[in-house]
Design a protein around this ligand. Structure first.
Ligand code: GDP
Ligand code: IMO
Ligand code: MG
Length: 421
């Protein structure tokens, strides 16, 4: 099998975890390359649900190597919690098959505090609605060249020194800007040291591990293209590059290693947190999608905003990520709708545009141009081939291929690993 990159083409929660789990069977190694535990990737195997935030979605396949790349921001406490949960289920999470790059930046308790303080200080529409997991503040420290990397966990004196230096600055902000309690460097060190020690056996050279992999490597994206720090709906985005190009730099391999590129496309659109969402529905169709699709965040439990499939969003994702195929998920959720709308363009400043406007918050000022297609009533959760789908479902999929210019390679009709063809 060729190396594969899986990425979210919308605003996250497209079903990346499910597809990665499915594709992992034929891969040798699965690697996360950006984001952190803001992600919530759901796997369902034999009716049992497993939500992963940091550990790659290949972990349920025995023997597959699971790697956490340098581009990830890793909360060591959450990582240990995830290890324990999987271990309790009998999943092998030994350091023999799970590796963290020594270059991966770690999320410290003060990053979470800063994330919360910043959000609280913003009012109304300015709130980003972050997951509160310290993602932005950790990437800030990385870019500011004062971050703590997983490799530092092997050197307690260095770790102690870095925590103290970080808090010199953070405490001024917490106390004087945000009116919050300062944090004690000794206490943070004492809290982190035991988890740091537990992580040391997992530290390694992920770049080499990828190079040495005998079979295919599967790169698991988190979030979605329109949450990308550069190309998303800035400032209502996450703090990493979510586009496929980052699979190479976020894991330590050449862009030439990326062969097959799979865009995960939910058959409709959802978004958690704030920010523009042109096809958002505020009527009973939106409630239908939310309810049928069980659209609640896998990380924060927040209700996801729901709307029609936006092919302008998909077109932009295609331009930025170069997918070789689409994986359409949650097609089953659309069963029972009389009509289904597809957004094929936007009205913007008196013109019709095929791509999102590039100005900050331009997406908030567009009007979707819709095509209306007939729906279908049949339950399609048992479909295992195109031939099992109602004619109108096939028409819907063919239209997506036509407008996006990319062929569909995978269709998912239910949360279980097997509900796919
Ligand atoms: P991710 O963040 O992209 O991995 O997606 P999430 O796990 O956050 O959200 C996707 C949700 O949809 C999860 O609850 C999955 O179990 C579920 N899911 C995935 N594919 C399908 C599908 O084809 N049909 C249905 N009904 N649910 C699905
Ligand atoms: P997966 O991998 C959906 C959103 C948050 C918020 C914004 C910034 O499961 O698809 P952050 O905590 O990253 O600073 O929050 O990004 N967000 C996600 N939305 N799925 C995700 O991940 C997300 N990760 C972050 O809701 O709007
Ligand atoms: Mg998710």
């Amino acid at each position: 099998m060729a190396n594969i990159v899986v990425f979210g083409s919308q605003w996250g929660d497209e079903g990346k975890g499910k597809i990665v789990d499915m594709l992992a069977e034929r891969a040798d190694a699965i690697v996360r390359f950006q984001g952190g535990n803001n992600a919530g990737h759901t796997l369902v195997v034999d009716g049992e649900e497993c939500i992963l935030h940091l550990i790659p979605s290949g972990i349920l396949h025995p023997g597959k190597q699971c790697l956490i790349g340098n581009g990830v921001v890793l909360d060591p406490v959450v990582f240990c919690r995830e290890l324990d949960k999987l271990d309790a289920k009998g999943v092998d999470v030994s350091s023999g098959r799970l590796m963290i790059s020594k270059k991966t930046h770690v999320i410290m308790p003060y990053h979470c505090r800063m994330d919360g303080a910043r959000e609280s200080a913003k009012s109304g529409d300015a709130k980003i609605g972050t997951t509160g997991r310290g993602i932005g503040p950790c990437y800030e420290d990385k870019m500011n060249r004062c971050g703590i990397r997983a490799g530092d966990f092997a050197d307690p004196a260095l770790l102690k020194d870095k925590i103290a230096k970080a808090l010199e600055e953070k405490n001024v902000l917490l106390k004087h800007l945000y009116g919050d309690e300062p944090m004690d460097a000794e206490a943070v060190y004492d809290e982190i040291l035991p988890v740091a020690e537990r992580l040391v056996p997992y530290l390694g050279d992920v770049s080499s591990a990828i190079q040495k992999a005998e079979g295919a490597v599967l790169f698991e994206g988190a979030q979605g293209t329109h949450l990308d720090i550069d190309h998303g709906t800035y400032p209502f985005v996450t703090s990493s590059n979510t586009v496929t190009a980052n699979a190479a730099s976020g894991s330590g391999c050449s862009p030439r290693s990326l062969e097959r590129i799979v865009a995960i496309v939910k058959a409709y659109t959802t978004r958690v947190g704030s920010g523009p969402f042109p096809t958002e529905l505020f009527c009973e169709d939106g409630d239908y999608l939310q309810c049928q699709g069980h659209e609640f965040g896998a990380t924060t439990g927040r209700k996801r905003r729901c709307g029609w499939l936006d092919l302008v969003v998909l077109r932009e994702s295609t331009r930025l990520n170069g997918p070789t195929e689409l994986a359409i998920t949650k097609l089953d959720v659309l069963s029972g709708l009389k009509e289904i709308k597809l957004c094929t363009a936007y009205g913007y400043k008196g013109e019709t545009v095929d791509y999102p406007p590039q100005e900050q918050n331009g997406m908030a000022d567009v009007t979707p141009v819709y095509e209306t297609l007939p729906g279908w009533d049949e339950d399609i959760t048992a479909a295992r081939s195109w031939d099992d789908l109602p004619e109108n479902a096939v028409k819907y999929l063919r239209r997506i291929e036509e407008v996006s210019g990319v062929k569909i390679g995978i269709v998912s009709v239910g949360p279980d690993r097997t509900q796919t063809f």
